[in-house]
Design a binder for this molecule. Structure first.
Ligand code: A2P
Length: 282
């Protein structure tokens, strides 16, 4: 099942995360296993420093399963050291070559440039990075473009300077951390929210409320997290290198009853990375 982005591009509603996956056979095997389990959407990034192995996994996985490039959806992101028009274009070329692909389905600005680090130039810096993404889109080298970790004021600033609005904002989003104001703003602007660390990097998995609801629904807490993201119309990107977990995390064809949805929505903050885009120093 898929979501449709604001430019009409169809995007599989669960993606496979690759952050912290080692740049060796582990990544190759994880991506191959993900395809075999039914994932058709891979979420990569230059800073994960594993795009060559992820790319090998994509190539081997496609060939073993007889899939075509257009059967899958691949995302990557431009890292913070490569901001600006020319550097972003060069970073894109490197990512494309590392992944061994001829185009990407989605390319994102990984983090906004912010006032704390760039007091006078953060808005121009985001705008020039974004202009590079607009060029890649116009040339057909990417099918859609977006941002990651942007708050409303970063987006408003970009809107005032861009031709094409982002189609996606990928943010930290999981039970215990749902950034509702960003989600509401993006929804009102037709921007799809992708959820990074939908399992709270594992730490939400032992939350007693989650454990109790999962037991009652006869699912795992990880499956509950993924289903909760989907029921809140976001796109989860669960990461795992463990075959049984890779398989389980996409088996989410169950409904969370409204009362339990509310109980999860109302969880006090837990499992958050603590990263605030306006405060980051990387
Ligand atoms: P591993 O990759 O060793 O299987 P997130 O996607 O929220 O960042 O969470 C990723 C973390 O959660 C990784 O440490 C991953 O471990 C672990 N994880 C992924 N799926 C499951 C699962 N179904 N049950 C328990 N832990 C999981």
């Amino acid at each position: 099942m898929n979501y449709t982005l604001s430019n009409g591009v169809s995007i599989p509603r669960i993606g496979f995360g690759t952050w912290q996956t080692p740049d060796d056979q582990t990544a190759v095997d994880a991506v191959k296993t993900a395809f075999a389990c039914g994932y058709r959407h891979i979420d990569a990034a230059a800073v994960y420093a594993n795009e060559k192995s992820v790319g090998r996994g994509i190539a081997v996985g496609l060939s073993e399963l007889g899939l075509k490039r257009e059967d899958i959806f691949v995302t990557s992101k431009v890292w913070n050291t490569e901001r600006g028009y020319e550097r972003t274009l060069a970073a894109f070329d490197k990512t494309l070559s590392d992944l061994g692909l001829e185009y990407l389905d989605l390319y994102l600005i990984h983090w906004p440039a912010v006032k704390k680090q760039f007091p006078d130039s953060w808005e121009d810096l985001n705008a020039s990075t974004w202009r590079a993404l607009e060029k890649l889109l116009a040339e057909g080298k990417v099918r859609s473009i977006g941002v990651s970790n942007f708050y409303e004021h970063h987006l408003q600033s970009l809107f005032a300077r861009c031709k094409v609005k982002p189609m996606v904002n990928q943010i930290e989003y999981h039970p215990g951390f749902r950034q509702q104001s960003v989600v509401d703003f993006c929804r009102s602007e037709g921007i799809l929210i992708e959820a990074w660390s939908p399992l709270g990097r594992g730490s939400v998995l032992t939350n007693p409320v989650m454990v109790d609801i999962a037991a009652r629904l006869k699912v795992s807490v990880a499956q509950l997290c993924v289903a909760w993201c989907l029921q809140n119309r976001t796109l989860p990107l669960p990461k795992s290198v463990t075959p049984s977990r890779i398989a389980a995390n996409i088996q989410v064809d169950f409904e969370i009853p409204q009362a339990q949805m509310q109980a999860i929505d109302n969880l006090p903050e837990c499992g958050s990375s603590g990263l605030n885009a306006d405060e980051i120093d990387f």
